[in-house]
Design a protein around this ligand. Structure first.
Ligand code: ATP
Ligand code: MG
Length: 287
């Protein structure tokens, strides 16, 4: 199965989340074998990141959006955690501060985009400004409705500067969210995560769905596509995202930089038998 094709929001199409399964199942995709596969994919991601880091020309931006308990943290840990922290950054966007609110909504985002050679993961992102902001009327419709185009322009400018962009919406069902909240209640190590606000947001589930549908449909582009990942099963979510990242990386075709020296010269100069102290050969050169 080609995961990118299966879960991409086709640019120009209008999606309905109700038509998409939050709990994907396929007979030949099993949890046990997926764990091994994810390991292999992690090695590939790690190698790709190393190439990107040494090449210092391209960058990769991964955007994660999801309802509360949708699994953003899990993706950061299990999927992207395999990359070398040197050259990889996770940025979480919370409620904007007074200072941030005094600027345009993209101001705080622009400051965090990846530099050449970097992989940056946005845990929530500029899309909050057409999601929570729209659902809760934090700005008037005349303001948020212009943001889709601004977001597309912003992303196109990043792409023009050799930044690859992949955007993932972790699609969970309302029932699965409640189940995860309940698990948190029963787990002393995760009780700190519970907030009443999370329960209150469930009242707005339908409005969020509508806002997501618009954001995903209007802002999925050829070069900065959105993927809707069935995320009720955590292992499948991790597998699908890892696959899509690797499939994309393979297309980027990033090569190691050309050496700045003549490798043969260096080999001759410093790695002859004399330098490497090989016994038999040393005695013959000593003669
Ligand atoms: P966790 O999984 O730990 O709960 P989280 O991403 O939900 O992580 P929180 O601190 O619980 O982190 O929530 C951050 C909150 O900030 C979210 O409710 C989100 O909607 C809100 N937020 C993010 N960006 C904006 C924005 N631009 N305007 C208003 N609210 C925002
Ligand atoms: Mg939260």
């Amino acid at each position: 199965m080609n995961y990118s094709k299966k879960f991409i929001v086709e640019p120009g199409s209008s999606i309905r989340l109700k038509d998409l399964e939050p709990s994907f199942s396929k007979k030949n995709v099993k949890k046990i074998s997926s764990i091994k596969e994810i390991k292999k994919l992690q090695e590939k991601m790690d190698e790709f990141q190393f190439r990107l880091f040494t090449e210092k020309k391209h960058a990769l931006l991964i955007v994660l959006q999801a309802p509360d308990a949708g699994g953003k943290d899990g993706v950061v840990r299990h999927v992207i955690g395999s990359m070398n922290p040197q050259g990889c950054r996770v940025v979480s966007f919370k409620k904007p501060t007074q200072k941030e609110l005094a600027h345009d909504f993209l101001w705080r985002i622009k400051r965090q985009v990846p530099k050449p050679g970097e992989v940056v993961i946005f845990n929530r992102s500029h899309y909050e400004d057409v999601l929570v902001v729209r659902v809760h009327d934090l700005v008037p419709k005349e303001v948020w409705s212009t943001r889709y185009e601004q977001i597309n322009d912003f992303e196109q400018r990043l792409i023009a500067k050799d930044t690859h962009i992949l955007k993932f919406f972790l699609h969970i069902s309302k029932e699965e969210q409640l189940r995860r909240f309940k698990q948190r209640l029963n787990d002393p190590t995760r009780q700190w995560k519970i907030s009443e606000e999370d329960y209150a947001e469930r009242e707005y589930w339908a409005s969020y769905e509508e806002a997501y549908e618009d954001a995903l449909s209007k802002c999925s582009t050829d070069k900065a596509p959105w993927f809707v990942i069935p995320s009720d099963k955590k292992w499948f979510r991790n597998l699908a995202i890892s696959k899509i990242i690797v499939e994309a990386m393979e297309k980027f075709g990033i090569e190691f930089p050309e050496p700045s020296v003549n490798i043969e010269d260096i080999r001759r100069k410093y790695h002859t038998a004399v330098h490497e102290g090989k016994k038999g050969e040393r005695s013959s050169t000593n003669k």
